[in-house]
Design a protein around this ligand. Structure first.
Ligand SMILES: [Zn+2]
Length: 96
């Protein structure tokens, strides 16, 4: 299992390969305006799994981290599929 992205209150930590791929589609994760959480559904469609780290204080809770992982043997297919998902989004928006 390989980690693709880990989001905490300090920000998001992505693999270089994922950051480069997003960059190709004009998504700069270092831009404060980008909500990394909004990218998670596309990652899931690419075969990734999401693990939420949370703890409770009585009747309310804190989500302290969100980890996105992929099975080792699915890594190459994940990046290829994500590229297709992101280019399909571009066509829908009419933007490049
Ligand atoms: Zn707490």
């Amino acid at each position: 299992m390989a980690q693709l992205m880990h989001i905490t209150s300090d920000g998001a930590d992505l693999t270089d390969r994922l950051e480069d791929l997003l960059q190709e589609f004009g998504i700069d994760v270092n831009d404060d305006e980008i909500d990394e959480l909004a990218l998670v559904p596309a990652f899931v469609l690419g075969g990734a799994s999401v693990e939420t780290e949370a703890h409770a204080h009585g009747d309310h809770m804190h989500v302290v981290g969100i980890r996105v992982t992929i099975a080792d043997e699915l890594q190459d297919a994940f990046y290829a599929t994500l590229g297709q998902i992101l280019s399909a989004d571009d066509e829908e928006d009419g933007e490049t």
